[in-house]
Design a protein around this ligand. Structure first.
Ligand code: ACO
Length: 324
């Protein structure tokens, strides 16, 4: 028995922004983006596609798949770094929009790791009280937080949302374990300022605006090493080996990060879900969107050991394992 996924859902904005279109916005080339990142296109939010709206649609789809009514939810957690408001949380907007009238709701900021940190939280709640139903969403509209003149960052990210509903099952499956780490000393490798302080005493001299700033090459090196360590640590703790893994759903940041990671781990390419070409890096939404697609395409089967790994601003990173 354990904490299982009762249903998944996702939502992507309508508008597709191709690499070729990006050539007309910033000094880059479609081929450079494709060869360095594996990204072909990304989605960009339009009117009525705020972070909370994408999140609410993904949540409704996850509830439909779980055959649950929103009123049956006890907790709504949204992993995001692109809420359209500082307060209330995106989770409160989602709670209201879907009618989760019996749930309490809050956001979780762990950047790209938001969904997996939320999965861990859901597991802890459900283990404490098997009657609880927890909705975890990863949602971002980072197109509003990019400096579109900065080719180091604006080519990488996309908008979208993914969601999963968690609950208890008496069957011999569910979340096996998680292994997370954070290192705040490395925050400067990947960060985004908030609004400028109205208190001059608290104003930051280096406030570069509310845009994503990144040392791409450093992030790349750190991401691969850190995720490998997390996966190996998790498997050791669970007394499992790489050979026990049936399928991997990694954070979709860059095809080269994914390929490097699975090569170091000795996991065959055929066991890895990849959709970064279609959506770019959707931060906290990347893993739940990939999970929803893998689930709906039937590439993960009941009883499979499914491994997730993530890395993001904070720095935050880690791995989770589910017996599906
Ligand atoms: N178009 C064209 N040329 C570019 C672009 C661009 N968009 N961006 C950089 N370049 C140039 C650079 O100026 C540099 O030129 P130079 O050699 O004349 O100085 C050259 O390309 C190489 O630049 P690098 O930064 O060394 O390129 P690299 O191969 O490292 O690729 C990238 C850059 C794609 C950002 C890579 O480092 C990366 O993916 N890092 C991980 C970042 C990431 O995914 N962050 C997301 C958040 S964390 C996460 O989700 C894992």
């Amino acid at each position: 028995m354990g904490t299982v996924v009762l249903g998944t859902g996702s939502c992507l904005p309508e508008r597709i922004l191709t690499n070729e279109e990006l050539e007309t916005i910033v000094d880059t080339s479609a081929e450079w983006i494709r060869s360095r990142t594996g990204i072909e296109q990304r989605r960009v939010s339009g009117r009525d596609e705020q972070t909370w709206q994408l999140a609410a649609t993904a949540a409704r789809r996850a509830l439909d798949a779980a055959a649950l009514d929103a009123a049956e939810l006890d907790l709504v957690v949204v992993g995001t770094i692109s809420s359209h408001m500082q307060m209330p949380s995106t989770a409160c907007f989602v709670q209201n929009e879907i009618g989760a009238v019996n749930a309490f709701a809050y956001d979780l900021n762990a950047a790209c790791s938001g969904f997996l940190y939320g999965l861990d939280l859901a597991d802890k709640y459900v283990r404490a009280d098997a009657s609880l139903k927890v909705l975890v969403v990863g949602a971002e509209a980072l197109s509003g937080r990019l400096n579109w003149q900065d080719r180091n960052t604006c080519i990488l990210f996309g908008d979208g949302a993914g969601a999963a509903v968690f609950g208890h099952s008496e069957e011999d499956r569910g979340i096996v374990g998680c292994n997370f780490k954070s290192d705040g000393s490395l925050w400067k490798l990947l960060y985004m300022h908030g609004a400028e302080s109205t208190n001059p005493e608290l104003r930051l001299a280096d406030n570069s605006g509310p845009f994503i700033c990144m040392e791409g090459r450093e992030v790349f090196k750190y991401a691969v090493r850190a995720m490998e360590e997390s996966v190996r640590g998790l498997l050791d703790r669970c007394r499992l080996t790489i050979a026990d893994i049936d399928y991997v759903i990694p954070h979709q940041a860059n095809i080269r990060i994914i390929n490097n990671l699975v090569e170091r781990l000795g996991i065959p390419q055929g066991k890895v879900f990849i959709n970064v070409a279609k959506y770019g890096n959707t931060s906290a939404a990347s893993i739940p969107i990939a999970l929803d697609e893998a689930n709906r395409q039937g590439v993960i089967a009941r009883g499979d050991k499914v491994l997730f790994c993530t890395f993001g601003g904070g720095l935050t990173w880690g791995a989770s394992l589910i017996t599906w």
